[in-house]
Design a protein around this ligand. Structure first.
Ligand SMILES: [Mn+2]
Length: 411
């Protein structure tokens, strides 16, 4: 029994506001689907952030439908959870994945968290924000107990884990039950393949370059998915790399040798099929940066999709602050400010609120606060705790996927 595991395809993402970039994400998804069919797997797992938003455009929905139906035609079903991007925190809201249930998508949700595929037990949960880590952990304990009845088991989650992303996470590595054979994770956009529990824990990474901070991992591990063989006593993992449609070129130029620097870039990109994205640092600038940009734009504008320049004036040093590798970011500043309270729950609440408010998510913010209030200050109604609403369809025993989920902005 073999399956493909992918995550963080972010269909519908229009990077830099460019339709070309949106199409790149669709193109890479199509290639992934074709490659999965070639790999002759029995099923597919998608670990969340299938779509960029909880309200995908018709074009993003169609791009997914096309892939899903292609898989269906090849007799390959797909299991999927909602990530932080493609879910909304509001009572009664449903993730866009649910639209595709009738087309055969098997949605793993808080209401339907487990499936059997042959002799393989598949369990999972949608994304839970840090403020609901307690509920998440108790759900994980339930799933872990169920997994004890099966020889082969997979756990599907869309969460950050401290071991792999110390800056922002909802779980510590020890919170993950250790009796599953394969951990199909999503959320961190780089490729991670680690030993855990009775097998392996894998983040396949995002399908395309969603943020330029992913470039370093991309140069090392490429983008793509994994194929997992569950036949033996331990899962065997094969990384399948998929070429992304367009190159990102990073170069440092010196203002005093601008012309030769530009010529070097022209030489590199002149034969590219698709116009690349140029990420340029121009050092020792001794002129109006607008003039320098104009020169670069005139020389390279037609050969590239987008130029992202950083100007460093003569005598200045560029400050190297890398939010992803180093220890500073808005979350860390909030954490520092609130240290004095000595209450990690307040810190978590503040960070979740920061994520919502910085995206004008007023409804989500209100919901989060009233939830916190109910959990901590309301004595009379203990039932208001985080829970799912189960609605039975009256015509069948099929359960509804109505659930409460949250939207953050990490990955
Ligand atoms: Mn993501």
């Amino acid at each position: 029994m073999k399956f493909a595991h992918l995550a963080d395809t972010h269909l519908g993402y229009r990077q830099y506001g460019l339709f070309e970039r949106e199409k790149d994400f669709y193109e890479v998804f199509e290639k992934v689907i074709d490659k999965i069919i070639e790999e002759n797997v029995d099923f597919v797992i998608h670990s969340g952030d299938l779509f960029e938003t909880a309200r995908p455009s018709p074009m993003a929905l169609l791009a997914f439908q096309k892939g899903l139906l292609k898989l269906k035609g090849a007799g390959i079903p797909m299991y999927a959870i909602a990530g932080n991007h493609d879910s909304v925190m509001r009572k009664g809201s449903i993730p866009p994945q649910v639209i595709f249930k009738k087309s055969g998508l098997k949605v793993i949700s808080t209401i339907n968290p487990t499936y059997m595929h042959g002799d393989i037990f598949i369990a999972g949960l949608p994304y839970y924000p840090a403020s609901h880590a307690k509920a998440l952990k108790s759900k994980l304990a339930e799933l872990s107990e169920k997994a004890t009845h099966h020889d082969k088991s997979i756990l599907v989650l869309h969460q950050g884990i401290d071991k792999y992303f110390s800056l922002s996470h909802e779980l510590e590595i020890g919170d993950i039950p250790d009796n599953f054979n394969y951990y199909a994770l999503g959320h961190i956009h780089k490729y991670i393949n680690d030993a855990y529990g009775n097998g392996r824990l894998v983040y396949p990474g995002s399908g395309e370059i969603w943020k330029t901070s992913e470039l370093e991992d991309y140069r090392q591990n490429g983008k793509g998915f994994v194929v997992v063989d569950m036949e033996g006593s331990k899962p065997v993992i094969k990384r399948v790399k998929i070429d992304i449609p367009r190159e990102f070129i990073e170069r440092k130029l010196d203002y005093n040798n601008l012309e030769s620097g530009i010529d070097g870039i022209k030489e590199t990109i002149k034969d590219f099929d698709k116009k690349p994205i140029l990420k340029l640092v121009i050092n020792n600038v001794e002129d109006d940066t607008r003039k320098v940009y104009e020169i670069i734009r005139q020389e390279l504008g037609d050969l590239s999709l987008m130029i992202r320049p950083t100007f460093v004036m003569a005598g200045e040093q560029m400050e190297l602050i890398n939010l992803n590798q180093d220890k500073i970011g808005p979350e860390q500043l909030i954490e520092k400010q609130l240290e004095g309270y000595g209450n990690s729950e307040v810190t978590t609440l503040a960070i979740d609120l920061y994520h919502y408010l910085s995206k004008d998510k007023m409804d989500e913010s209100h919901e989060l606060i009233s939830q916190y209030y109910n959990d901590h200050y309301s004595n009379d109604d203990k039932d208001v705790e985080f829970k799912t609403e189960e609605i039975q369809n009256d015509d069948s025993s099929e359960k509804n996927d109505t659930q409460i989920t949250f939207k953050g902005d990490l990955e």
